[in-house]
Design a protein around this ligand. Structure first.
Ligand SMILES: [Zn+2]
Length: 319
C-alpha cells in the first residue's frame, strides 16, 4: 500500500470518521502490513500490501466473518486465479490494452491529462488498466472485490504512484469528490444494482472530473433470450465444469464476434476460453443502451456527454 491513498480513503462502515494509519511492516517499496483505524471503531487490516475494506476482514468484528462470498466474487476470483497473470487478457497484449484504453477513454482523456491526476479503476480485476494509468503518470488506484487484488497488486508493484484496494464498488471505501478520472470497464453490470453502482462512482468523482463507463449493449430479442437461457445453466454449474465447457466452445469464436474482439484462431484456446468464461460465469449481467446510460449521466448532473462508437461506452464531465 502506498501512503498517498490515505488522502482518498473513507470508512465504508460510517462514511464520516477520521482514519489513522498504523504501519506494522514496510519494505523499500511500500507498506506491507498494518492497520487503518476509523474513529467509529472499525479497524481494517493491510494484508500483502492491500488495505482490506470488506466486513469479513474487519479486525473489530467477530460476527459476520463467515459469510460466504457472493457468486460473482467467487466466479471472478476463479477467473483471475486461472488467467489473471497471463500476458494476453481478453485477447489483448499489454500494448494492445493501452490502445484499447485510449480508444475507450474518449477524446478528452490522454496520457497528458492523466499525469499527476488521481484515477480509479473501479473493478480493476487483473489490474492491467490500473497499471496502464500508473504508467501514464496518474496516482492510480485500483478497487476490486475479490482476490484478483493479489494479482493486480503484483502488476502495479513497481509503480510508487499506484495502489490496489479491496472493497465493494456499491459501498466504495473512498471519500466523496476525490478522483479526477474514474474508469470502470465492464464491471458495474455485474453488481446487484448497476444504476446504484453508477451513482456511487459519480459520488467519489471530483467536480470537473471524468467518469468513463463501458457496459454490455442490449442486442436483439433472439440474442438476449438465447444468452439468458444459456446463462441460466452456466451461472449455476461449478466453475471448473464451466471452464471445461468454455474450452469445448472455443471454435465458436471463429464465427461469433466478441466484445473484446477475441477470436479463434487469432487467439489461443486458453485466451478464447477466458473470454467465454467471463461472459457465462457471473450471476449478475445486465445489458444497456446508449440512451439509457446517457440519461443516468444527466440525472447525476454530468455534462459534455460523449457517447463513443463502442456501445455502451460513455465518458462525461461531472458538473
Ligand atoms: Zn468509520
Amino acid at each position: 500500500m502506498r501512503e498517498f491513498v490515505m488522502t482518498l480513503l473513507d470508512c465504508p462502515a460510517c462514511r464520516k470518521g477520521s482514519l489513522k494509519l498504523t504501519i506494522e511492516e514496510k519494505n523499500n517499496i511500500e507498506i506491507v502490513s498494518g492497520k487503518i483505524n476509523c474513529s467509529c471503531g472499525a479497524i481494517y487490516p493491510i494484508i500483502n500490501a492491500v488495505p482490506r475494506f470488506l466486513d469479513n476482514y474487519r479486525l473489530d468484528k467477530t460476527e459476520g466473518k463467515d459469510v460466504k462470498s457472493s457468486q460473482v466474487q467467487q466466479r471472478f476470483e476463479y477467473q483471475w486465479k486461472r488467467w489473471g497473470r497471463d500476458e494476453v487478457i481478453f485477447g489483448r497484449t499489454r500494448e494492445e490494452s493501452k490502445k484499447f484504453f485510449l480508444d475507450y477513454a474518449g477524446s478528452k482523456i490522454n496520457p497528458g491529462y492523466l499525469k499527476g491526476k488521481f484515477t480509479l479503476d473501479g473493478g480493476c480485476g487483473h489490474g492491467r488498466f490500473a497499471e496502464i494509468m500508473a504508467e501514464f503518470g496518474a496516482y492510480s488506484v485500483g478497487l476490486d472485490l475479490g482476490s484478483g487484488v493479489e494479482i493486480a497488486r503484483y502488476r502495479v508493484e513497481k509503480y510508487s504512484n499506484a495502489c490496489i484496494v479491496q472493497g465493494d464498488i456499491i459501498n466504495p471505501p473512498f471519500k466523496r469528490g476525490v478522483f479526477d478520472y474514474i474508469w470502470s470497464n465492464g464491471v458495474i453490470h455485474h453488481t446487484p444494482d448497476t444504476r446504484k453502482a453508477f451513482t456511487r462512482l459519480a459520488e467519489i468523482l471530483k467536480k470537473g472530473g471524468y467518469l468513463d463507463i463501458w457496459l454490455y449493449p442490449k442486442k436483439g430479442f433472439l440474442w438476449e433470450i438465447s444468452q439468458k437461457s444459456i446463462r441460466f445453466f452456466t451461472t449455476r454449474m461449478p466453475a471448473g465444469l464451466l471452464e471445461f465447457f468454455c474450452y469445448l466452445a472455443v471454435p465458436l469464436l471463429s464465427v461469433v464476434p466478441t466484445f473484446s474482439k477475441t477470436s479463434f484462431p487469432k487467439n489461443s484456446w486458453s485466451q478464447c476460453a477466458q473470454v467465454i468464461y467471463d461472459w457465462y460465469s457471473p450471476k449478475y449481467q445486465t445489458h444497456h443502451t446508449n440512451k439509457e446510460v446517457s440519461e443516468w449521466y444527466r440525472q447525476e448532473g454530468f455534462m459534455d456527454i460523449e457517447v463513443l462508437d463502442l456501445p455502451v461506452a460513455i465518458v462525461a464531465k461531472k458538473g
